[in-house]
Design a protein around this ligand. Structure first.
Ligand code: UD1
Ligand code: CA
Length: 447
């Protein structure tokens, strides 16, 4: 059995540089909060214990933690006096033995594979501390790793680093492995540093060396170590993760006609053979089966799309849409919490919400399910092979039987039996010659 592993995620920082009301780690990257990414990656390592360090009053973050399979414990840091102080706040929740992996809640792109490499590097040399290094194109704001003949010597925060180290040093990704048996003396050795009077976790490397303990570092892919301190860095992280997700989709056999214009969520599940046109946006929770085509400018969130379905261009599929095999959803059609069974079609300009559309039914242009009366939501149920004429209002709750035909322009407010031809509109009135008389009257009036 491998040694016990405790993961500690530091997330108590105020994130003032984000200039937003939301706790920093709740900002989203590819449809998932940064802390959500870190927890999902940590879960893949199957740690024996997980602790997240928060500041008081971070209710949104605590709710996010409850959604995680990791079920982490929460340690409260008050006040926030730096990353070293944050780990001290978690200390009493870290069981004895094994290793402690420290992750930062604002470093969402790291992968489990790189973390495993770091753990292995620490085990190889029996290091007290192991650090993930990287060489990002923009080094601004990162600490630098200093080495000597015995390995990693110190982590120097940027503001304390000399020019040579700033220029040449590996950057600190902020991810660290610490031998649990040596954690307490290392934390006890920390002292607050100027200018902000903070305890830097990074100082434990220097202290370990003073105690004669070995420290080590590996260089990981820089993309994985990108830390988010500002809105601009959040956008950078988004772009990097989008690149990774698009390449992964294409490697799976998905066709992306213009990959740079397609936005995926980290959980988007696209089967091989799916085709995605330019400018398509996927929110969280979308699954698309083989052979389906998603045309340009469509927006999808929380939906399942069956084999060989055709979506868009300009379709909006909202949570709870279940799109069956070979269904067509065309331009300016909005679908919410509705099931389209195999072969059903809504090709133009419709709102279908809280509904079931039976197999091979056809929804004409301008059909609206009137699902909301200002108080409650009601369902519209269509059987199989129903034909809904254009510009029909279906006033829910309402059920339409198999094979029924609804005349164009109808307002349908009560149930329609199977195979009925139902028309619910005012009769047309024709006045022969009426137009001539109308024009004559108007032209007399204007003289
Ligand atoms: C930190 C590192 C720096 C590294 C960089 C990588 C230190 C002193 N510096 O700098 O070497 O290159 O990350 O991105 O560690 N946090 C708390 N409590 C606190 C302060 C911070 O929980 O009192 C949490 C934050 O929520 C955040 C993480 O720790 O998730 C990192 O803090 P941050 O202030 O962003 O550190 P950096 O200045 O980026
Ligand atoms: Ca940071």
């Amino acid at each position: 059995m491998s040694a016990p592993l405790t993961v500690v995620v530091l997330a108590a920082g105020k994130g003032t540089r984000m200039k937003s009301g939301l706790p920093k780690v709740m900002h989203r990257v590819a449809g998932r909060s940064m802390i959500g990414h870190v927890l999902a990656t940590a879960a893949a390592l199957e740690p024996t214990c997980a602790v997240v360090v928060l500041a008081p009053g971070m209710a949104e973050v605590e709710a996010e933690l409850r959604r995680s399979a990791l079920e982490p414990a929460v340690a409260i840091q008050e006040p926030a006096l730096g990353t070293g102080h944050a780990l001290m706040a978690a200390r009493e929740r870290i069981p004895a033995g094994g290793r402690v992996l420290v992750l930062y809640g604002d470093t969402p792109l790291v992968t489990a594979e790189t973390l495993r490499q770091l753990l292995a590097a620490v085990d190889d040399v029996g290091a007290a501390v192991g650090v993930l290094g990287m060489r990002p194109p923009d080094t601004n704001g990162y600490g630098r790793l200093a080495f000597d003949a015995r390995g990693l010597e110190a982590i120097v925060e940027e503001r304390h680093a000399d020019e040579a180290l700033k220029r040449d040093g590996l950057c600190n990704a902020g991810i660290m492995v610490i031998d649990r048996a040596r954690l307490d003396p290392l934390l006890d050795a920390l002292e607050p540093k100027q200018p902000k009077n903070e305890y830097y976790l990074t100082d434990i490397v220097e202290h370990a060396r003073t105690f004669g303990w070995r420290c080590t570092a590996i260089e990981g892919p820089w993309l994985e170590g990108v830390g988010v301190n500002s809105q601009a860095q959040l956008a950078d992280a988004e772009a990097l993760l989008q690149g990774r997700l698009r390449r992964a989709a294409m490697a799976q056999g998905v066709t992306l006609v213009a990959p740079d214009t397609v936005f995926l969520a980290c959980d988007t599940a696209l089967a091989p053979g799916v085709e995605i046109g330019p400018y398509v946006v996927f929110g969280p929770g979308v699954e698309v089966a083989e052979g389906a085509q998603i045309h340009s400018f469509s927006h999808l969130e929380g939906v399942r799309i069956g084999p060989n379905a055709r979506i868009g261009p300009f379709a909006r599929l909202r949570p709870g849409a279940e799109i069956g095999e070979s269904v067509h959803i065309g331009n300016f059609v909005e679908v919410k919490n509705a099931t389209f069974e195999a072969g059903a079609k809504a090709n133009h300009l419709s709102y279908i919400g809280d509904a079931t559309i039976g197999a091979r039914s056809n929804i004409g242009a301008g059909t609206i399910t009137c699902n909301y009366d200002g108080f409650g939501k009601y369902r519209t149920e269509l059987g199989e092979r129903v034909f809904i004429g254009s510009n029909t209002a279906l006033v829910a709750p309402v059920t339409i039987g198999d094979g029924a035909i609804i005349g164009a322009g109808s307002t349908i407010d009560h149930d329609v039996p199977p195979d009925s031809l139902s028309i619910g509109r005012a009769r047309q009135a024709d006045l022969p010659g009426g137009a001539v008389r109308f024009r004559a009257k108007k032209s007399r009036g204007s003289k």
